[in-house]
Design a protein around this ligand. Sequence first.
Ligand code: SF4
Ligand code: SF4
Length: 358
Amino acid sequence: MNLTARNLDQYRLVETRLQERLDSGATRCNLCPWRCKLTHGQRGFCQAHVNRHGTLYNLSYGILSAIDVNAIEEKPVRHFRPGSRVLSVGSYGCSFRCGGCHNLEISWGVTALDDLARGESTDAFVTPRELVDAALRQGVDGIAFTYSEPAVWLEYLLDVAPLARDAGLYTVYVSNSFVSDEALELVAPWIDVLCSDIKSLSDDFYREICPTARVDQVLGSIRKARELGIHVETRTNVIPGRNDSLDELYRIACWVRDNLGADSPWHITRFFPAYKLSSVPATPPETLYAAREQARRAGLRNAYVYADTGCDCAKENLPIHVYLDKDAGELHQVKKCTASCCGDEGVVLKKYESGGVS
Ligand code: SF4
Ligand code: SF4
């Protein structure tokens, strides 16, 4: 089956862009460092990619969980086209499981992705052309891929970004930077701005939210994005008792200075209690200013404090159909893949198993 994503006008599964058949019979997804090895019916850790009869497909192509219009500074990005506005969009799926994530329904998207796999989803399907047209109607200057992790939705991003560029729009990629080198090389020609988290400099911190993640993978990916010519800005969400020691904050600032430059923006945001970290208090503003002081000590010239802002979350957004200029009933019709190879039950719902991952 040859799926030409650019011409899709209805929802269907789209082949995962980076996949590799292994001698074992499994197929490996190479979009992010999980490199999930999947057999028929299995979905990867992010739940957004599934193996059907040896080929991997993205379940969430064109599926929007949230949309909004924002100032680029809200992403946060401050040194690229300041004063301009973006259409922010996200889907479902993330390669991490942060204990303090505010976006669970969107970022992990467990229910939504299950519904898609079963052919029962009523989420909005929006073609790349429709999305770019929506951005132009809103009069924004760019499109930001955010809310969920863009690396697990790369097929869509890669179809939207060239159309956006043709239309004179820039693109912003808000990420945890847990992405493979191959995926980064694929998107680099099409992405103008990366706003990446540096969550911590501790492997233990990363392992808690993603058992396979290491700090050097994330930092290496941020450095590589810059080498590939993307405008890079970084953000640290400071969490009391987790990553708020002055020493760690100083070392993050030093890393930014040494690898991205003394003028590179570092955004210091505030943690607000959520999910597994509900009992952790919101970050005292003094801690955020102390972090900025550490940046000054490191010689980092552009550290910004956001005492009222945490992650880039989708909150109180208008309904999607408002932006799409479409009838809500039509936009939210039940989504079933139009290919017939998996029958009436949708894709098999076997989930990620740790044994399936290298
Ligand atoms: S987590 Fe998702 S994107 Fe990452 S390798 Fe696994 S299936 Fe691919
Ligand atoms: S905080 Fe970000 S990286 Fe962590 S689970 Fe949520 S969306 Fe994913």
